[in-house]
Design a protein around this ligand. Structure first.
Ligand SMILES: *[C@@H]1O[C@H](CO)[C@@H](O)[C@H](O)[C@H]1NC(C)=O
Ligand SMILES: *[C@@H]1O[C@H](CO)[C@@H](O)[C@H](O)[C@H]1NC(C)=O
Length: 231
């Protein structure tokens, strides 16, 4: 009697194991259909994501086309020319040359690096928390993925927005070679604020302060030369 019960229990547990294994195999093999075939829907505007794996960018506007549209917009071209004339100042000062290795931090959608390319800089790197290819790569300005002294020139117009401005400055000074330049454009300010910003630049000498108009707003542009006198 006991033997029979034991046998039956064994059979039941065996059956459960087989069923469980089968369910697991089915679950592993079955990938949601929306992930396998993200072909463009016939009516893009009636298409809504059906699951979390369906939130890939819309396929109906490829990146080069999207960029072409963005870059030809009036807003883009006016911001671009604003940056171009701003950077021309530094080229006229001899700080930006054809082969200057330039870095733009918090570059947004890429107006600044494109402007640098327009004034014929060949080696421009731009980073932002979100990439905008091909102009801007993804990187955190608080923790740049570049070697010490990799650049001749670093620029940011968003030091005031940084979570830890001192850390961004530290990274600018680390990645710019000794004798290179760091430039920040901040909301227009006077001597006291400029001195406060200058205090963040532990390894640099303040070279020039100028009030400029950038992207239609009044800014104060502060230029530093990296010296490496304090470490
Ligand atoms: C820099 O580029 C300009 C225009 O392309 C060219 O005329 C000039 O010779 C270049 N200078 C150097 C040093 O390569
Ligand atoms: C920039 O403008 C501010 C006033 O908004 C002024 O206090 C400051 O002296 C100006 N700086 C320069 C370098 O002209």
């Amino acid at each position: 009697m006991e033997r029979n019960v034991e046998k039956m229990l064994n059979r039941v547990s065996m059956a459960f194991i087989i069923i469980g294994t089968l369910i697991m195999v089915i679950m592993i093999l079955q990938t949601p259909k929306t992930c396998i075939s993200p072909e463009a829907p016939s009516k893009p505007h009636t298409h809504f994501p059906r699951s979390t794996c369906d939130s890939s960018p819309r396929k109906h506007l490829p990146l080069p086309k999207k960029n072409a549209r963005l870059w030809s917009s009036k807003a883009w071209t006016s911001r671009l020319s604003s940056f171009s004339s701003y950077f021309l100042r530094f080229r006229d000062l001899g700080l930006l040359r054809n082969h200057t290795k330039a870095l733009c931090l918090s570059a947004g959608a890429g107006h600044a690096p494109m402007a640098m390319a327009h004034i014929r800089l060949y080696d421009v790197t731009a980073v932002e928390l979100v990439d905008s290819l091909p102009l801007v790569r993804r990187a955190d300005p608080h923790n740049l993925p570049f070697f010490d002294g990799a650049f001749d020139f670093a620029f940011t117009a968003h030091l005031d927005d940084a979570l830890f401005p001192w850390r961004v400055v530290e990274e600018m000074e680390r990645t710019v070679r000794r004798g290179g330049f760091c430039v920040v454009a901040v909301d227009e300010c006077g001597g006291g604020d400029v001195r406060e910003i200058a205090r963040l630049f532990l390894k640099s000498k303040l070279v020039d302060v100028a009030n400029v108009t950038l992207e239609g707003s009044k800014k104060t542009s502060i230029l530093f030369k990296v010296q490496d006198f304090k470490t």
